[in-house]
Design a protein around this ligand. Structure first.
Ligand code: NAD
Ligand code: ZN
Ligand code: ZN
Length: 390
């Protein structure tokens, strides 16, 4: 089959590789009908996630058709149309029983690696380095799906791929980011990053009834989409305005009730802070550029909530712990517990409450995936989500 392979930092190649095989009784083989590129893939592409190996197949947001099933998978049939969650979860362990599926204790065969870096193992994930199990990803023609009796969600034929594909990752991620904020009708929420995850966090905050939603980014086309389609009420272009001052002005001097970081470890910035973080990251003195999360903490109203959905890899410097502690902030974060949200969010799509396909901007052939990464990384041609098909 053809698959998009990581060949080194900023090097991708669509290669012919062996077809995946059923290895365990709970596996399925899924023929990919639509996949896409996530902001998290950029962290691998740009070499910020350790433990990538040459030839690793990327991709963790995908859907397709079941073509083969292991003996123990009784809830699916060959021919079913399914969306597959990016995190791999067994459904049985203590964490899965608690609904914390991205903390599954059984799905990561290389859990000893994150244990060293993070204190405990993380779950397995598709196409996301050897820290998360080294599983082949879904930017390919076929993929092996472990625990297929638990993860994949059957989707109705009345909905298009574009409407349901993002249930695999960014829609639940944006929704969890908003749900973390304990939104009630009078709440003001600020969202850093108006990429696809930020757009769906904004749309979810809207769905949950926030009164005011402020989107922060530097790309006018992304801020425009946030206003026109996602449901933001205000936008701040951080290259033109001081974010802290603009937020105080918009919130009667108090700061937003909740702040969502949808930026992550490759945050961009201006001035000395950006130079400092970039240099430390290059020298590997810190793994992440925590510019957005620092700003979110300092901007949040006292007693408020900071919801971190942007991905971070390791250790950071100049973290405003004093502000966090003294002002009684709550931090909520995590790789999204996708399995928790897929079904209720599918029901919202079916009821017409939301249509996440508004983030789709491009369609490409799987063979052009490397071009898609370049476009998405440089935010050219008003790119948001690129749908890839073989
Ligand atoms: P993206 O690269 O398209 O979007 C990031 C946006 O942040 C860009 O529009 C960029 O201009 C903006 N930005 C950069 N620096 C900023 C700053 N200082 N202030 C405000 N905005 C800034 O990526 P995406 O697909 O939207 O993903 C966003 C983040 O979410 C990534 O870190 C990704 O890894 C993470 N993610 C997390 C989960 C999870 O489960 N927690 C799931 C999916 C994606
Ligand atoms: Zn992702
Ligand atoms: Zn589990």
């Amino acid at each position: 089959m053809r698959a998009n392979c990581w060949m080194g930092k900023k090097k991708l190649s669509v290669e012919h590789v062996p077809d995946p095989q059923i290895l365990n009784a709970r596996d399925a083989i899924v023929k990919i009908t639509a996949t896409t590129i996530c902001g998290s893939d950029l962290h691998l592409y740009n070499g910020f996630m350790p433990t990538m190996q040459k030839g690793d197949i990327l991709g963790h947001e995908f859907m397709g058709e079941v073509v083969e099933l292991g003996k123990a998978v009784k809830n699916l049939k060959v021919g079913d149309r399914v969306v597959v969650p990016f995190c791999i979860a067994c459904g049985n362990c203590e964490s899965c029983q608690l609904g914390n599926f991205s903390c599954c204790e059984n799905s990561n065969p290389t859990g000893w690696m994150p244990e060293k870096l993070m204190g405990h193992a993380t779950c397995g994930a598709f196409g996301y380095s050897h820290l998360t199990g080294g599983f082949a990803g879904g930017q390919a023609e076929y993929v092996r799906v472990p625990y297929a009796d638990f993860g994949p969600l059957k989707v109705p034929s009345t909905l298009t791929d574009e409407q349901v594909l993002f249930l695999s990752d960014i829609f639940p991620t944006g929704y969890m980011g908003a749900e973390n904020c304990e939104i009630t009708p009078r709440k003001v929420v600020a969202v850093w990053g108006a990429g696809p995850v930020g757009q769906l966090a904004i749309a979810s905050a809207r769905l949950l009834g926030a009164e005011r939603i402020i989107a922060i980014d530097r790309f006018p086309y992304r801020l425009r989409l946030a206003l026109d389609k996602a449901g933001a009420t205000d936008v701040i272009n951080y290259e033109q305005e001081n974010v802290q001052e603009a937020l105080l002005e918009l919130t009667g001097g108090r700061g937003p009730d909740a702040c969502i970081d949808c930026v992550g470890l490759e945050a961009h910035g201006t001035g000395l802070q950006y130079a400092y973080d970039s240099t430390k990251q290059k020298l590997q003195l810190q793994q992440d550029r925590p510019i957005a999360v620092r700003e979110a903490i300092l901007a949040c109203r006292s007693g408020g909530i900071v919801s971190i959905m942007g991905v971070y890899a390791g250790f950071v410097d100049k973290f405003p712990l004093g502000s966090l502690m003294n002002r009684g902030l709550t931090i909520r974060t995590g790789q999204c517990h996708v399995h928790r949200y897929m079904k209720p969010l599918l029901e919202r799509i079916v009821r017409g409450e939301i249509d996440p396909s508004f983030v789709v901007s491009h369609h490409m052939n799987l063979d052009d995936t490397p071009k898609g990464y370049d476009l998405f990384m440089h935010k050219q041609d008003d790119v948001m989500k690129i749908i890839l098909r073989s």
